[in-house]
Design a protein around this ligand. Sequence first.
Ligand code: SF4
Length: 367
Amino acid sequence: MEVREILDVFRAADPAALKEKYLAEGRKIVLTAPVYTPEEIIHSMGLVPMGVWGADVLLKRSKRYFPAFICSVVQSIVELGMRGTYDGASAIVIPSLCDSLKVVGQNWKYAVPGIPFIPMTYPQNRASEAGRAFTKAGYLRVIRDLEAATGAKFSAQALADSIKIYNEHNALMRRFGREAGKYLSAADRSAVFKSAFFMPKEEHAALVKKLLAALEGEKPLSGPSVVTTGILADSPAILAKLDELGLRIAADDVAAESRQYRTDAPETGDPLDALAAKFAGMGCCSVLLDPEKRRADLIVDSVRETGASGVLALQTEFCDPEEFDYVIIKKACAAAGIPLLAVEVDRQMANFGQAETMLEAFSERLG
Ligand code: SF4
């Protein structure tokens, strides 16, 4: 298959159509909310995990449950749930990693009563022995609730097998992140990351492998590139503008993209302990406690390693964790002499004129 043909498969990964396909095949779907849901557990129980990170929709019905100053990611997840977009799913797992996510589950129970809410409560002090035990207890609760909601059964051996599949996918996505910056437009790169939330990991991994092999024969793109950072970077209007300006994405520190794939679970020992160890080993993320704020160093290092010309911070409106980190990222970029642009994004954004003008000026600055 040619590069374009493979990319078309990623682009065609429409979540609504895939949901209907899985249901027609008699498979049970479990929705996974941001930022880190224990997908391996869901996969190991023979269920299909499907990511829900909201969508660019007008918020109407969900406004009954939220104040105006809460991020549109959680609001649009509930909006879609109330509209029936997720009908047929057997459950939703929502982690507790930010204040918005902490309240969304409670609202979900009343707003979308037909899809059971399963909380995954994580500790912030995740690396200590007590933190790992707390995380493991959270996973056991998720397993118990999944068994009740779906009738599926948990097995430690099946989880060990799923961990291997997810680790292999992680490694491929890390490689993809490095290669995509050389060969792909921002929109094509995003399609590969986004489709990973809707396709079974085995299928997605096989397709990414084919894409990486096909890219070896391609000519690298030229022109300036940026490192993106934020929660989401899938706005079609922003991606189209980056492509129009010839700005490649050399690497990312985006929660819905590379942050998902940085850390593997160990493949030895008790698989639930391994998953807790994976969570303990995660870092450099706005929703994970990091007193040293190494995320800023990671972004500066990514710019240096990839030769990117600047940093594009895509700030989700009303996302407190990202707003707190932005100050530190800004200082680190200034100290390293790296141009930085912050663009505020929102799931309800209809007018991108201001963002487009800012990107045009930034692109000129990067040369
Ligand atoms: S991390 Fe930010 S964008 Fe994500 S749910 Fe929390 S507040 Fe919203």
